[in-house]
Design a protein around this ligand. Structure first.
Ligand code: FPP
Length: 256
């Protein structure tokens, strides 16, 4: 199966999943720093509590029927943060992998890392390779950790592949590009959740969220739990997804 066919297959709606449950949730875990500040603690403490919150909620997402959960752990732009915060986050990922990998693997979580791996240390790359390898047969939920990821980077690296392969312009299609992007293995996110009160996408899955439903909450990420998931899913269930088409009653009004 080519990458393009794979992407097309992944875009097909899963008719066995009830409409009210998003098949794929994208998550921006914002507010760790403020959460820590409220407790007079360093920002690292907020990020550490953020990892604990993530591990806590994965099972809830899986139990609700979510098949793909994609979290923004470190953006292409996060390198601009103070050096000690950047190195703290890198260290935190290593510690978290060794602390939680056995649990996540036992819970049936398949882990993938998406993003530009070039700039991260070899130690971190090996930890990710290991996490991906030992969870690759798990099917309960797909956890994708976006690390050194940016939506613009993703579009650009896919375009670079087209150029490198000498693809004629008329053969460059949306499906072709989708098949070369970091999330080619997954359907597009149905629901995009951002915590921490900011209402923006911040260069997360720009291409893939074209038709995602957006949900923003003031809740700071380390406090995120079942109540917020319920609120997000309830809002999602009320949305009418039209993907650019008309509402059925407008497209074909009943004869009176
Ligand atoms: C945004 O909060 C959060 C981040 C930049 C990092 C999120 C990362 C984690 C929760 C760790 C992920 C690690 C693994 C292993 C998945 P912020 O610091 O911008 O918060 P603020 O807006 O309150 O300052």
């Amino acid at each position: 199966m080519t990458a393009a066919t794979l992407a097309t297959a992944a875009q097909e709606p899963n008719t066995s999943t009830p409409a009210a449950v998003p098949r794929h949730v994208a998550l921006v875990m914002d507010g760790n720093g403020r959460w820590a500040k409220q407790r007079y603690m360093p920002r690292y403490f907020g990020h550490k509590s953020g990892v604990d919150a993530l591990v806590r909620v994965i099972n809830t997402f899986a139990d609700r029927g979510v098949e793909y959960l994609t979290v923004f752990a470190f953006s292409s732009e996060n390198w601009k943060r103070p050096a000690d915060e950047v190195s703290g986050l890198m260290g935190l990922v290593l510690v978290s992998v060794s602390k939680y990998l056995t649990k996540l693997a036992g819970d049936g979580v398949r882990i993938r890392i998406v993003g530009d791996r070039e700039a991260v240390s070899e130690k971190l790359r090996k930890a990710w390779d290991h996490a991906e390898e030992i969870t690759k047969h798990n099917t309960r939920i797909n956890l994708s950790v976006a690390f050194n990821y940016g939506g613009r980077w993703d579009v650009m690296q896919a375009c670079r592949q087209a150029l490198a392969e000498g693809l004629p312009p008329e053969q460059l299609t949306e499906d072709w590009l989708s098949g070369r992007m970091a999330m080619a293995f997954a359907p597009d996110p149905d629901l995009f959740i951002r915590t921490g009160g900011e209402m923006r996408i911040s260069n997360f899955l720009l291409w893939q969220t074209a038709y995602s439903e957006l949900f923003f909450t003031e809740c700071l990420w380390p406090d995120f739990g079942i109540a917020e998931i319920d609120a997000a899913f309830a809002a999602y269930a009320r949305r009418e997804r039209r993907f650019g088409t008309l509402r059925p009653s407008v497209a074909a009004p009943e004869a009176s």
